[in-house]
Design a protein around this ligand. Sequence first.
Ligand code: TTP
Ligand code: MG
Ligand code: MG
Length: 464
Amino acid sequence: MAPGHVGRSNRQNTGFACDRTNWESIEPGKSNSPKSYKLKLRILPRPSAILGAMPRLAHFRAKHDAHAVNAAEASAAILHVDMDAFFVSVELLARPELKGKPVVVGGQPDQRGVVTSASYEARRFGVHSAMPLRTARKLCPQAIFLDGHHELYGQWSDRVAAILAKYSPIVEMASIDEAYLDLAGTERLHGPPLSVANKLLCEITSTTSLPCSGGLGASRLVAKVASDQAKPRGLVWVPAGSEPAFLAPLAARRIPGIGKVTDSALKAFGVETIAQLQVFSQERLEELFGRWGTALYRKARGIDSYEFFVDAEAKSLSHNQTFGTDTNDPEKLHATLSYLCQKVGKRTRDAGLHARTITLTVRFANFDTITRSHTLAEPSDLDSVFLKTVLDLFAQAWRGKALLRLVGVALTGFSAGSGQLDLLDPGRRDKLERLARTTDRLRDKFGFSKLQLGGSLSKRPERE
Ligand code: TTP
Ligand code: MG
Ligand code: MG
């Protein structure tokens, strides 16, 4: 992605970053139309050379065909959306008089619980999530403490997910209030990624009255850090090539995956900021941290291909699809499940892992949600194995009539090394392994959605 998305005449890589768009808050009941807002552009240091700063595929294509570079840039447009103070914001829908006040969700301050969400006004007093409620009261005695309503948060999360689904066929809800959208290939339909991001955030706020922020970048890592920087009510765009400059001034801890332990290990080497981490060679980081050092080297530059591997302790990997319109079309549902299995399968293989337990999630139009799991006799990393299980589970969970708003596939029970293959006959095993390797290579090169297999192609899941 390059400034070309703002205007073709800007195509040279000058490295603009759109910072803090700060669209106005929309008062519930006052107006339902998205308001326009200003883009504040921050100029980042110019990358040393245009080609050197491009992702590898763009670099390769640039030598041949300028038009193809646009496609390559577009193919790396990831938007991370995260709702601002989500639980608090949902509570404020019913109690608008608390707007602008320090509000804490999690329970009453004399209870033993912790803060789940704090309004930005409460954060000024040092209150934050996971802090004991009693500590929050000490820091901010005037704060208003509210109990949580989890079912409600789930419903609002689904409403936001349904809006996101209108903008991209590939939406991964990473948690109750955040999602990654792959905007690759949506340009013809919706326009350049930056304006899609803008429209999308405005639509969320105008439709739900819930504030949110976004980060747009060429990798998930950069998009996530960018949305964090944008908060509250902001949008930060990091053009391809400016990732190291964007990350440099931030604390090392801002990198997803760097927790307390790594942070204090880095501090012991005098590393507080990402700029200081960027000084270390890959070899040195590997000497100090082993395989994690390789990941740190890449993360400091905004590259996230090892993201899942190093975060494998997360223990679960899932992809969901919220349909733009609720559906009971069996072909579409099967195609979507096939697609989701391919997504989780690829990430499992990228991480060098095998999964043992497969969980299907089915959410009905009325938000009722059921999950069904199956544990394999031997772990596997093959899409076809996951799909067979998922379709069996789906046949139990859905009787073919009810409208569905979401389906999801999750894997758990990971182990390294080989698994299920031993149960297959050697010819079929080789064929499946070769197929998986080839499709993974092509997808690494051209983007996941450029290559569709079998069921997900012929039956058209909810995508382009
Ligand atoms: P976050 O997106 O991490 O936090 P947030 O939305 O409250 O604030 P921000 O503007 O910084 O994004 O988490 C989303 C919701 O998940 C949050 O509103 C409450 C819940 N949550 C917990 O229950 N416990 C936690 O420790 C955290 C971090 C979040
Ligand atoms: Mg949030
Ligand atoms: Mg979040």
